[in-house]
Write a protein that binds this ligand. Structure first.
Ligand SMILES: *Cc1c(COP(=O)(O)O)cnc(C)c1O
Length: 353
């Protein structure tokens, strides 16, 4: 076991924290004082250190800039009522990080290095964890290929960084979404289950086209026949369908969301029926047309629960209940209560700094 405070720190001259307006935080705009950085070469991670947040210097030949070997994670840290800073389920984020890295033929980050870097990072940056209700420090670990070579090949050099951004309360404005039946996010055998850069780059154009048609996001469907619903933009897709919590099953084309897993677990704890089974959009359409009570929402670290108030299925659209009385918010509140230490953390999800 390595000493938790053993990674060297190049100290900042002066914290930027006092120049940041914590009352008006926009997602991902402000960075904290430090970044963690480690270098991979000759088959191992080395030179782990904390440095003042600064631009990177990369060769224009760096493989990651050309061929997309980039993988990231996103998680949050909170102040609990007791005055303790906690990170939510970092072990699960670490496992997924390595699954993504493996899929992209990139080197794994050992759990010891990941946790030590994360915990020391939070110790250094505690003052950057916002205290106002609903706020959090969003933490972004990522790995990028840096070997300077023009030829298409697996990089033998990488950087592993951790950066963070204080984020304000997520304003859960209900989303209007359309079911995407032309473009594909993920195909069987592809990289859909990995949090790798290309998945997002490929999703931007369909998202922009949807916005031009007046929608906030697309609901992705399967690559084979565009028949089954898979995800909601960059969130997992869930339904409160006449009292049953339904969500598409995990597989190669879905991201295994930590929020999805947590909400399913909490629902089971509460005695809510849970059904992880494929959902045809035509079946959703039938239910909405008959006026059945179907709540539709996205689940992810940023919003926890993102209500959807309108679903467009080709040329017909349907409203969905997304008001404050919706049952999806009972799940969100249960998750928040655990994060803030207001309910017992029976599953051991909070990792204290
Ligand atoms: C990150 C992500 C999610 C949500 O995962 P969380 O661990 O809950 O944040 C869902 N879908 C996609 C495509 C994602 O990138």
């Amino acid at each position: 076991m390595t000493d938790i405070f053993s990674i060297p720190v190049s100290p900042i001259a002066k914290s930027r924290r006092d120049s940041v307006d914590f009352g008006h935080l926009t997602f991902g705009q402000e960075h904290t004082d430090y970044m963690f950085i480690a270098r991979y070469s000759s088959g191992s991670w080395q030179e782990a250190r904390f440095e003042p947040f600064a631009n990177l210097s990369l060769s224009p030949f760096a493989l990651g800039l050309h061929y997309g070997q980039t993988v990231f994670e996103g998680m949050k840290a909170f102040w609990q009522d007791s005055g303790q800073v906690v990170v939510f389920r970092p072990d699960r984020h670490h496992e997924r990080f390595n699954l993504s890295l493996e899929r992209m033929a990139m080197p794994a980050v050992p759990k010891g290095l990941f946790m030590q870097a994360l915990m020391q990072f939070l110790e250094l940056e505690k003052a950057w964890v916002p205290a106002n209700p609903g706020s959090a420090l969003y933490i972004r670990p990522f790995v990028v290929a840096t070997e300077p070579r023009m030829g298409v090949k697996i990089s033998e050099e990488y950087l592993f960084l951790i950066v963070a951004s204080p984020v304000g309360p997520y304003y859960a404005k209900p989303l209007r979404v359309k079911v995407e039946t032309h473009y594909t996010r993920a195909a069987p055998g592809g990289t859909g289950f990995a949090k790798c850069g290309g998945n997002y780059g490929g999703a931007f154009l369909p998202a922009r086209l949807a916005r031009e048609e007046g929608f906030d996001q697309v609901l992705w469907t399967d690559a084979n026949h565009h028949e089954f619903l898979e995800e909601s933009g960059t969130m997992n897709l869930m339904f409160f369908w006449e009292g049953i919590l339904r969500t598409p099953p995990l597989g190669e084309t879905l991201l295994d969301g930590v929020t999805r897993d947590s909400l399913l677990t909490l629902a089971r704890d509460m005695g809510i029926r849970v059904d992880e089974a494929p959902v045809r959009w035509r079946v959703l359409e039938g239910a909405l047309r008959e006026g059945r009570n179907v709540e539709v929402f996205g689940a992810g670290t940023a919003a926890v629960v993102a209500p959807i108030s309108w679903v467009q299925l080709q040329d017909r659209g349907y409203p969905c209940p997304a008001g404050p009385e919706a049952r999806m918010f009972v799940l969100r509140d249960a998750l928040e209560a655990i994060r803030l230490g207001r309910q017992p953390d029976v599953h051991g999800w909070n990792h204290a700094v």
